[in-house]
Design a protein around this ligand. Structure first.
Ligand SMILES: [Zn+2]
Length: 190
């Protein structure tokens, strides 16, 4: 099966897409704290607050799942044109205090790094919560869409020039639906 990890084209939507439907059943790709840490590390630049060397902290899975459902509700409400309740996400944002720090890089460059000072595991989810808040506040929800396949539960941000993206991916849903509509047309023609 194609890797669905980054099909959402936005970390907050990739977060929702960690639940997939496989053979009719909803499947959570996260089974452990380590799964979540691994996902955060692969979720795009800056989603993991710093190179995190330690083992995944206990409680990360539960906290990440809770954040995922908070974000899912916000995305669905915004998509439906409703006024969402933002308190739950604000509570997560409040748990990941951040400051800037000047840091010398190995190549001699001086950079400005963001440091998170909250407790583990909250700190590890803080940048993701911030990216989700950005999307909820400033995202164009005409371009935030669920895959058109009725069985598919994946979301994406349509960054194509034409803004006509319809599927989570051609390989997963696009081709299957094209074949289905081709068959339907042929039956109608015949
Ligand atoms: Zn799909």
């Amino acid at each position: 099966m194609e890797d669905t990890a980054l099909l959402g084209d936005h970390p907050a939507l990739d977060l929702l897409n960690t639940v997939v439907r496989t053979d009719g059943e909803l499947v959570d790709r996260w089974r452990s704290d380590a799964d979540v840490l691994h996902w955060l590390a692969g979720a795009g630049a800056g989603v993991l607050p710093e190179p995190f060397g330690g083992p995944a902290p206990a409680g990360l899975l539960d906290m990440a799942r809770a954040l995922r459902e908070v974000v899912r509700q916000l995305v669905m409400d915004r998509k439906a044109g409703k006024r969402p309740d933002v308190r739950a996400l604000n509570a997560v944002l409040a748990e990941g205090p951040r400051h800037l720090e000047l840091a010398w890089q190995d190549d001699g460059a001086l950079t400005l790094a963001e440091r998170y000072t909250g407790d583990l595991p909250r700190r590890l989810l803080a940048p993701l919560a911030e990216r989700a808040a950005e999307l909820i506040a400033t995202g164009d929800f005409a371009l935030v869409r669920k895959c058109e396949d009725e069985q598919c539960v994946l979301w994406f941000l349509d960054r194509t020039k034409s803004h006509r993206r319809r599927w989570c991916s051609m390989a997963l849903c696009g081709n299957r639906n094209k074949v289905a509509s081709f068959r339907q047309r042929r039956q109608q023609d015949g």
